[in-house]
Design a protein around this ligand. Structure first.
Ligand code: SAM
Length: 305
C-alpha cells in the first residue's frame, strides 16, 4: 500500500522516549519538532509542487480570490501557493500554534504579510472561523484526522460556489538507492516501506475518532457533494548526483526511521542503516555518488457546483 508519503519520514514526528512505542495518534505527534523536516522537505519537493500547483491554477481559469491551506504546518507550501496564485489571499490553517507562528514568520520574511494569514483549525469539528474559500488545499494532513470522510465533508462545506478542494494523498513510495547498494541485504527500502505501512496503520487506528473508510479519494470527494472528481500524480525525479539539500532530507528521513523502526528492523538492516548514516563511510548517504530521489504524490480535486 502506498500512502504517497513514500517519505513518511516527513511525518514521523511522534514523541520518542515516551514509553509508548505503539501510540502514534496525532495527539502524540510533536509537530513543532517537525518544523525543520517539513521545511526541508518542501524545499526539496519544490519542482513537484510547482508542477502540481500550475496544473491546479490552469484548472481554475476564472481566478482564485481566497486559498486555505488546511493542515499547512509551517507554511512552506503556503508560500508556494502564494507564488502560484499571485492574486490570491492565503490562509494557513492548522491545529498547532507553534507551526502557525512559524508560518507567520515565514510569510513576513517573504514580504507576503499583506496577503496571508493564519487560523487555528482542527478538522473535522473545530473548523472555527474558516471563511468560504475558492481553493482549499489539504496536503498530507487529512490522514492525521481520525474521520477522513467527516473532514472532507467539513472542508467541502467551506468552499465558495465554484471552489476547488484539492487533497494530496497517496502516490508512490520514495526510492533513493539501488536495490543492491553494495552492502547489507538487497531490498532495504522495500522492507522499510512495509514497516512504515504498519506504522502508518497503527498511527491511523490510534487517532481520536478513528474511522476506517475505503481511501478512494475521488469517491469521498463525490460523496461530499462535489463534482468532477479527478486525480493526477506528480513525479519528483532528482537523478544522481543529488543536491546537498536532497541528501540532508534523506539522511534525516533514515535517521528518524532508524529511531522509530528500531524494534521492527532486522539486525542486519540496522547495521546497513548505520553504515548509510555514517558521515565518514565512503558508501554512506553523505558520500556515495549514486544517491537519487524518485517519488510520486497524487493530487485529488473536485469542485463545488
Ligand atoms: C505531514 S504535515 C503536512 C504539512 C504540509 N501540508 C506539507 O505538505 O508539508 C501534517 C499537518 O497536518 C496537521 N494536522 C494534524 N491533525 C490535523 C487536524 N485534525 N486538522 C487539521 N490539520 C491537522 C499537522 O499539524 C501538520 O501540520
Amino acid at each position: 500500500m502506498a500512502h504517497g508519503h513514500g517519505d513518511h519520514g516527513h511525518d514521523q514526528g511522534h514523541r520518542q522516549g515516551h514509553g509508548h512505542a505503539h501510540k502514534h495518534g496525532t495527539k502524540d505527534m510533536d509537530w513543532s519538532r517537525m518544523i525543520p523536516h517539513l521545511e526541508r522537505g518542501a524545499e526539496v519537493y519544490t519542482p513537484l509542487y510547482t508542477e502540481a500547483l500550475s496544473w491546479l491554477r490552469a484548472s481554475r481559469p476564472g481566478g482564485t480570490g481566497l486559498i486555505v491551506d488546511a493542515g499547512a504546518g509551517p507554511g512552506a507550501i503556503s508560500l508556494q501557493l502564494a507564488e502560484a496564485f499571485p492574486d490570491a489571499r492565503i490562509i494557513a490553517a492548522d491545529p498547532e500554534e507553534a507551526l502557525l507562528a512559524r508560518a507567520t514568520e515565514r510569510f513576513a520574511e517573504a514580504g507576503l504579510a499583506e496577503r496571508t494569514g493564519t487560523l487555528r483549525v482542527e478538522l473535522p469539528d473545530a473548523i472555527g472561523e474558516l471563511p468560504d474559500a475558492d481553493l482549499i488545499w489539504a496536503a498530507r494532513s487529512l490522514h492525521h484526522v481520525g474521520d477522513q470522510r467527516a473532514a472532507i465533508a467539513a472542508l467541502a462545506g467551506r468552499l465558495a460556489p465554484g471552489g476547488t478542494l484539492a487533497l494530496v494523498e497517496g502516490g508512490l513510495p520514495l526510492r533513493s538507492l539501488p536495490r543492491d547498494f553494495g552492502f547489507g541485504r538487497p531490498g532495504l527500502e522495500t522492507r522499510a516501506d512495509a514497516i512504515e505501512d504498519e506504522w502508518f496503520d497503527e498511527m491511523r487506528r490510534s487517532l481520536p475518532g478513528a474511522e476506517s473508510h475505503v481511501e478512494d479519494w475521488p469517491a469521498l470527494l463525490t460523496a461530499a457533494g462535489l463534482k468532477g472528481a479527478q486525480s493526477r500524480t506528480f513525479l519528483l525525479d532528482l537523478p544522481a548526483p543529488l543536491s546537498a539539500a536532497g541528501r540532508e532530507m534523506l539522511v534525516d528521513m533514515w535517521q528518524r526511521r532508524r529511531g522509530v523502526f528500531e524494534e521492527s528492523l532486522a539486525t542486519d538492516d540496522i547495521a546497513a542503516l548505520d553504515r548509510l548514516l555514517d558521515p565518514e563511510d565512503e558508501q554512506g548517504l553523505y558520500r556515495r555518488d549514486d544517491v537519487f530521489l524518485l517519488v510520486a504524490h497524487t493530487v485529488h480535486t473536485a469542485v463545488k457546483g
